[in-house]
Structure formats: structure tokens, C-alpha cells
Write a protein that binds this ligand. Structure first.
Ligand code: SF4
Length: 345
């Protein structure tokens, strides 16, 4: 099992609940848009929000975000060690900073500040920005990504710093999976999982689900971010759906619906969309079945809390595989939506 690292008011690793992360894509210096986006992410269920900290102006405004946030905020620093020092000093719950990106003197200042403020460091290795020397030794491979991460770990450990979280991301799903597997076999620091630059919409969702999902099913990974182009709230929704679909969270309603075929005689898609709308902010564990026909529907959704299966003129309502009522389609649809509303409460 991985080590447990405290990040603000939550823990990452050591068998703790897998936390969901995202990152703002507003201008950090723009208070209104960034604070609004942090709130949207929190409302969507995000556990940790990261912000890009680019200069000392950002540091100033971040003090305000930190004092107002109900969840841990993380500073993303690229090269300037002074920003890393300042981020730990103003109370960021974690920083993402690569030790190799600064001099040893700069790094020792970062480490002192992180120690004094109990601020962990995430070492974030990306396949796209590997050191030349490792690239020529192993190419872009699980070996080079892992060695790069462990080199950084080693530098921090030599400074007696162990509050570490690691990521070894790649946009190639197989490379990402193999790299995390190799890394997990060599370290017990908690791992932040993600398929970096996974893309837009469905492409990104599929890549992230395979990469993150398969590792989590193998017991690897402690915190996740579904990297998607677009509104970061979608990242959170996708991450929560992913965790629920593999049984690592139990706080979302699931809609089971059939793909329809020539046996379906009612507008199943419209019904699914209505259910989705009703369930939008529901954080109860529910299973709702919307099936096209009575022949297979109730049987295939046996464990659904409530379900509807359409017919030519009549539809059936069922619960936990048992028939409740057979009604004309329109009436059945109406009653089903009422039943769903009362289940949501
Ligand atoms: S449940 Fe019925 S309508 Fe839906 S795909 Fe199966 S056979 Fe077709």
C-alpha cells in the first residue's frame, strides 16, 4: 500500500478514498472568473483544485482563493523556485514542482518552505518533456519516465523531504499504463494518475477511462485527474463517473439504458435525457433502468431501484426486477418520472 500524504484537509494514498482533481483554466489573476470556476468545481464534487501560478501577481491573488476555498488548492509552478517558495508560504496545500527545474540552492529553499508549511510536492514527469540524457538512454519509455521520477524523488529524499506524490503521465495510453506499473513496483509514494493531453470529448474520455480505470482496477493510483480539453467541470464529472463505474465511489446515480432496436416503440432517448436532468445533482447511489421493450428489459435491469420498459401501447414499471404496474405509455412515463423525483427526495 502507498504512503499516506496529507494535502490540506484530506489524505492522498494509504488506502484513502481516491481523490478527484482538476485545474482552473481561467486567468489566475482574474479574481471573478477564477473564484467562480473554483466554486463550480467544488459544487461538481472536485476534491482538489490546481491553479497555474505564473508570477508574484498570481501569488497575491491566490492568498484570497486559499482563504476562501473549502477544499485544498495546489500551485502549479513551472521553473521559478521563488514562486514555489511563496506558494508554500501563503498556504497552498501542495505544489507541483519538478526538482530538476532549478538549482540545488533554489530547491533547498523550496524544501525548507514546504517543510515549514507541511506542504507536499508533486513531482510531475511528462513523456513530452523528458530529460535528453534519459531519452537517449531508453527512448520515451516506461523505464525513462520511471527513472526520471525516481531521480527527482532521490534529490528530495537527500534533503530529508518525504512529503511526495508522483505522476508519470503520457498521452499514449499504453505507455502511461506501463510507466505507472513500473513506478508502482519501485516506490510506495502515492501516485497521481492521468492520461495527459488526452484530447477532446469522447476521445479524451475513452483514453482516460482506459488508462486511469485499468490502473485503479489493478490497485495502482491514489488520486486522479481526467485531463480534457474544455470546461474543467467536465473533468470532475468524468472522474466521478469513472470511479463509480468501477465501484470506488458509491455516490452517483447510474442510468442503465438499452441501445434500442426495432422492438422499441417509444422515445427512449428522450426519457433517458429527462432522467439525466433530474439526476444531475443527485449524489445518492441509485440504479435507474430505461429499457426499450418488456421482453428483455426488466430481466436485464433486475437490480435497478426503478425501471421502465416500453411497449407498443403499454409500458411496464418495475422495481428490483418485480413488476409494479402496466400502464399506457404516456401515463407510465409520467408515473416513472414522479417515482424518480420522490426517490431523489
Ligand atoms: S431491451 Fe428490447 S428494445 Fe432494447 S435493445 Fe434489447 S431487445 Fe431491443
Amino acid at each position: 500500500m502507498s504512503k499516506k500524504i496529507k494535502v490540506g484537509n484530506i489524505y492522498i494514498g494509504g488506502g484513502e478514498r481516491i481523490s478527484v482533481q482538476s485545474m482552473t483554466n481561467t486567468d489566475t489573476a482574474d479574481y471573478d472568473s477564477t473564484s467562480a470556476q473554483i466554486k463550480q468545481l467544488v459544487n461538481a464534487g472536485c476534491d482538489i483544485v490546481r491553479l497555474a501560478v505564473r508570477d508574484m501577481n498570481d501569488i497575491e491573488i491566490c492568498k484570497r482563493y486559499i482563504s476562501e476555498s473549502t477544499i485544498p488548492l495546489v500551485a502549479d509552478i513551472q521553473f521559478d523556485y521563488r514562486l514555489a517558495v511563496a506558494s508554500a508560504d501563503i498556504g497552498f496545500s501542495k505544489i507541483r514542482f519538478n526538482p530538476g527545474n532549478t538549482s540545488l540552492t533554489g530547491l533547498s529553499e523550496v524544501v525548507s518552505s514546504c517543510k515549514a508549511n507541511s506542504c507536499p510536492i508533486r513531482i510531475g514527469i511528462n513523456a513530452g518533456s523528458l530529460e535528453k540524457e534519459l531519452k537517449s538512454k531508453y527512448g520515451v519509455s516506461p523505464e525513462s519516465l520511471t527513472e526520471s521520477a525516481l531521480k527527482s524523488v532521490n534529490i528530495l529524499e537527500k534533503m530529508n523531504f518525504n512529503d511526495i506524490i508522483i505522476s508519470v503521465k503520457a498521452s499514449d495510453v499504453k505507455l502511461m499504463i506501463d510507466s505507472y506499473k513500473l513506478l508502482a513496483s519501485k516506490t510506495d509514494y502515492p501516485l497521481h494518475l492521468g492520461v495527459t493531453e488526452s484530447g477532446y470529448g469522447m476521445d479524451g474520455l475513452i483514453k482516460s477511462s482506459i488508462g486511469i480505470g485499468s490502473l485503479l482496477l489493478d490497485g495502482i493510483g491514489d488520486t486522479i485527474r481526467v485531463y480534457l480539453t474544455g470546461d474543467p467541470v467536465l473533468e470532475v464529472k468524468a472522474a466521478l463517473s469513472l470511479l463509480n463505474s468501477i465501484g470506488l465511489r458509491n455516490d452517483r446515480a447510474e442510468i442503465v439504458s438499452c441501445p434500442t432496436c426495432a422492438r422499441c416503440f417509444y422515445d427512449l432517448e428522450a426519457m433517458v435525457l429527462k432522467c439525466k436532468e433530474l439526476l444531475n445533482n443527485c449524489n445518492k447511489k441509485l440504479k435507474i433502468a430505461v429499457m426499450g421493450c418488456v421482453v428483455n428489459g426488466p430481466g436485464e435491469a433486475e437490480d435497478a431501484d426503478i425501471g421502465i420498459a416500453g411497449g407498443k401501447e403499454k409500458a411496464v414499471l418495475f422495481s428490483k426486477g418485480k413488476l409494479i404496474e402496466t400502464l399506457p405509455v404516456k401515463e407510465a412515463e409520467e408515473k416513472f418520472l414522479n417515482m424518480l423525483s420522490s426517490l431523489i427526495g
